[in-house]
Design a protein around this ligand. Structure first.
Ligand code: CP
Length: 309
């Protein structure tokens, strides 16, 4: 089975091997080396929800490796006529070799993986998981710190609805991270996830105080408050803009501390931060290309050469 629906679909050894492959593929991702490893293969990009980075980086990854892409959105397709997810995915099974799916409903990626034979990569299912984002996040952390082991990571913002932090927290504790979960009361990490992290031996601290965590963190992972998942606009208004970082906040940080964000940002990261050496969010977004190249190769059973030239 080569689906990636949650981080549980990858062992730590597989994670490291994919990150190693991704590292070697960086010059291909930049267009400096031509390496058509996926020539003749077709990716179906199935986006039932908005995306800029995930969709485009998968498309860039597939095309840089010589493959082609079928782009699907729920607007302008037969979803508007009432076609079910099951039926839509049956079509994809016949049209492509691998499918990426983003869907507003939690569990939709697993449902799709169970319904069809080609490999499925979960590109975000509601407030559930976003494992390919986690892979590029791990790549970015390892790139900056040289290791994934034993880091002090602060996850900040909407930990209730933010699927990126659900997947990332699971992965980080498998590498011995200490996690500080920073959120307002109403947006805390779901209790079942926190319990699970602790059962895996993680040291987890919960707080609402962002300023207090800056001096100890190796990584500060900011997230957007997920307005679209709030049942009530007034509830969103109470927490919108609650956490912000700017360049002046970096003076109290450890050497080498990095600020990450899955993007898009709203007001969490002031533009004054963009040119500091702490800011990694644009590099993080680029890292989606080599990381997704490595994931596509794995799903399609294509080996990345040990020397890429
Ligand atoms: N990080 C992320 O998932 O971005 P998009 O929603 O633009 O794909």
């Amino acid at each position: 089975m080569s689906d990636v629906v949650t981080m549980d679909d990858l062992t730590n050894k597989e994670i490291m091997s994919i990150l190693d492959d991704a590292e070697r593929l960086v010059p291909v991702a930049k267009g400096d080396i031509h390496l058509p490893l996926l020539e003749g293969k077709v990716l179906a990009n199935m986006f039932f929800e908005n995306s800029t980075r995930t969709r485009m980086s998968f498309e860039s990854a597939m095309k840089r490796l010589g493959g082609s892409v079928l782009n699907f959105t729920s607007v302008g397709t037969s979803v508007a006529k009432g076609e079910t997810l099951f039926d839509t995915m049956q079509m994809v099974d016949g049209y492509a070799d691998v499918a990426v799916i983003r869907h507003p409903r939690q569990g939709a990626a697993q449902y799709s993986a169970d319904a069809i034979g080609i490999p499925i990569l979960n590109a975000g299912d509601g407030a559930g998981n976003h494992p390919t984002q986690t892979m590029l996040d791990l790549f970015t952390i390892r790139e900056a710190h040289g290791t994934l082991e034993g880091l002090n990571v602060a996850l900040v913002g909407d930990l209730r609805y933010g699927r990126t932090v659900h997947s990332l927290s699971h992965a980080l504790v498998r590498f011995g991270a200490t996690l500080t979960l920073v959120s307002p009361e109403g947006l805390k990490m779901p209790v079942e996830i926190v319990s699970d992290l602790r059962e895996h031996g993680a040291e987890v601290v919960e707080t609402s105080d962002l300023a207090g965590v800056v001096p100890e963190a190796d990584v500060i992972y900011m997230t957007r408050i997920q307005k679209e998942r709030f049942p009530d606009e007034d509830e969103y208004a109470k927490v919108a803009g609650i956490y912000m970082l700017d360049s002046s906040d970096m003076s109290g940080a450890k050497d080498g501390m990095i600020v990450m964000h899955p993007l898009p940002r709203v007001s969490e990261l002031h533009p004054s931060l963009d040119n500091t050496e702490n800011a990694r969010y644009f590099q993080q977004a680029f890292n989606g290309v080599p990381t997704r190249m490595a994931l596509l190769c794995r799903c399609l059973g294509v080996k990345v050469p040990k020397k890429v030239k």
